[in-house]
Design a binder for this molecule. Structure first.
Ligand code: DGL
Length: 214
C-alpha cells in the first residue's frame, strides 16, 4: 500500500513520521512545496495552482490515498480537490470540535495561519461547535516561516501562549502542521494549565479506516 502525504513544508514530515511509525507496512511518499512555503498568507486560488500538479504527481506514482497534511489547504480547497481527484483525500483540519468538548473554561485558543483563520470552513467549524465558547486566535502569522527556517523565536511563542492562558484558554489547538514541531515547547510553556491538541492520532485512525475500505 502506497500513500502520499502533502504539505507546503516541514509540517508534512511530522505527519509522515507519525504515519510511518504507526503503520510501518504503508509506503509513505512525502511531498513538500518548498518553493512556495509558507502558504498561510497566500490566497486559495494561488495555492490551488501549486497543489494540483503535486497531487497529480502522487496519483501518477500510484498512491492510493493522499493525506492532506496542511490545514491551510484543507480549510480552503478540500472540496475543489475532491472534485478534481478521485482517490481518497484524508484531510487535516482545525480540531475545534474536540477542543470545545474538552474545555471546562469555555475558552479555547486556535493557533493557525491567517489563510486558515479567514476560511469559510473554519468559520463553519466555529459556528457548528464553538458557539457557546470564546475562541482566541493568537497572531501566529510568522510561525510557519520561523519553523520552516528552523529559527523559532521562543520569546514570541511564549508571549502568544501566555496571552491565551491569561485570557483563560484551557485548550490550545495546533491548527497548522508546522506547529507540531513546537508542541513540546508549547506544552512546557502551558505547564499543565491547558491541553494542547494536534491531529496526528486522529488522522492515523482516519487513514486506517480509509485504507481498509480500498
Ligand atoms: N503546515 C500548513 C498548515 O497546516 C501550512 C503552513 C504554511 O505553509 O503557512 O496550515
Amino acid at each position: 500500500m502506497k500513500i502520499g502525504v502533502f504539505d507546503s513544508g516541514v509540517g508534512g514530515l511530522s505527519v509522515a513520521n507519525a504515519i510511518r511509525q504507526a503503520m510501518p507496512s504503508v509506503e509513505v511518499v512525502l511531498r513538500e512545496d518548498r518553493r512556495h512555503v509558507p502558504y498561510g498568507n497566500r490566497s486559495p486560488q494561488e495555492i490551488l495552482g501549486f497543489v494540483v500538479p503535486i497531487f497529480q504527481e502522487l496519483v501518477d506514482e500510484n498512491c492510493q490515498a493522499i493525506v492532506v497534511a496542511c490545514n491551510t489547504v484543507t480549510t480552503t480547497l478540500i472540496d475543489e480537490l475532491r472534485q478534481r481527484f478521485s482517490l481518497p483525500l484524508v484531510a487535516i483540519e482545525p480540531m475545534v470540535k474536540p477542543a470545545a468538548e474538552l474545555s471546562a473554561s469555555k475558552v479555547i485558543a486556535v493557533c493557525a495561519t491567517p489563510t486558515t483563520l479567514s476560511s469559510p470552513r473554519y468559520a463553519q467549524l466555529k459556528a457548528e461547535y464553538a458557539q457557546d465558547l470564546k475562541v482566541l486566535e493568537p497572531d501566529c502569522s510568522d510561525w510557519a516561516f520561523m519553523i520552516e527556517t528552523q529559527n523559532p523565536d521562543r520569546q514570541k511563542i511564549e508571549a502568544r501562549i501566555n496571552e491565551v492562558l491569561t485570557a483563560g484558554a484551557d485548550v490550545i489547538v495546533l491548527a497548522c502542521t508546522h506547529y507540531h514541531w513546537i508542541e513540546k515547547e508549547i506544552k512546557e510553556l502551558t505547564a499543565g494549565r491547558a491541553e494542547v491538541l494536534q491531529p496526528e492520532p486522529a488522522v492515523i485512525e482516519q487513514l486506517k479506516r480509509v485504507l481498509a475500505r480500498l
